[in-house]
Design a protein. Structure first.
Length: 226
């Protein structure tokens, strides 16, 4: 028996999922963790099921390519706002929006690079409105892109800041691990779980410390990936 495609893994649209027009799936994570590839794969899988899907790409990358440099501190807020506005516009005309990063990424980089914490609260509040947050794990090798990426040494600090921002903002999330097709399949499984009704008062995801002994912890999941 062959492998199921991501579209087949998703299965039919459930009534619960169909009742949430403009649902946003936000992908965040440190540099070189496969966010853009995963976003495109998810968007294609969802579109293959007949859903109206919008892929909102990373405005920060667009800015860097246009300007030939990374942004200054005083440009961060406008970049975050543009990313949020593009996601909101896409949500008005589509069933699902797959967002390749959100304003929270800009806020976290402002913290790390400029010691600027002023963008975090607004980014957390906006991100809390999204239907699903996928955090890409650090199990992929770092690859230079010649422009935006600062180096492998910044990935762990960025990952830690993202988790802290999500936790402080009360934003549930799922960590996506795996290489190649498995990474996409794991993201699809997280999406399947997110589409299930949640009992009143319950939370969908829970954050587990990477140093714990929980067998479901991502530390153990990553160790089992090929």
């Amino acid at each position: 028996m062959g492998r199921e495609t991501p579209a087949a893994l998703l299965g039919p649209m459930t009534p619960h999922a169909a009742a949430i027009p403009g649902a946003v799936i936000a992908l965040i994570g440190a540099e070189s963790t496969g966010k853009s590839t995963l976003a495109k794969g998810l968007a294609e899988a969802l579109a293959a099921q007949g859903r109206r899907v919008a892929l909102v790409e990373e405005f920060l990358r667009e800015f860097c390519l246009r300007e030939g440099r990374t942004p200054r501190r005083d440009e961060q807020a406008a970049i975050a706002q543009t990313q949020t506005q593009r996601i909101a516009r896409a949500a008005h005309g589509h069933d699902i929006v797959v967002a390749d990063t959100s304003a929270l990424m800009i806020a976290v980089y402002s913290q790390l690079l400029f010691d600027d914490h002023t963008l975090v609260a607004a980014a957390q509040a906006e991100h809390a409105r999204y239907r699903l947050t996928l955090l890409t794990a650090l199990d992929l090798p770092w690859v230079a892109d010649g422009l935006m990426r600062d180096g492998e040494h910044v990935r762990a600090p960025v990952d830690a800041l993202l988790r802290n921002a999500l936790h402080e903002g009360g934003v549930p999330y799922a960590v996506v691990t795996g290489h190649g097709e498995r990474r996409l399949a794991n993201a699809v499984r997280a999406l399947q779980a997110a589409w299930q009704p949640v009992p009143r008062g319950a939370t969908r995801w829970r954050h587990v410390c990477a140093e714990c002994g929980d067998p479901d912890c991502e530390r153990h999941l990553m160790a089992n990936e090929p």
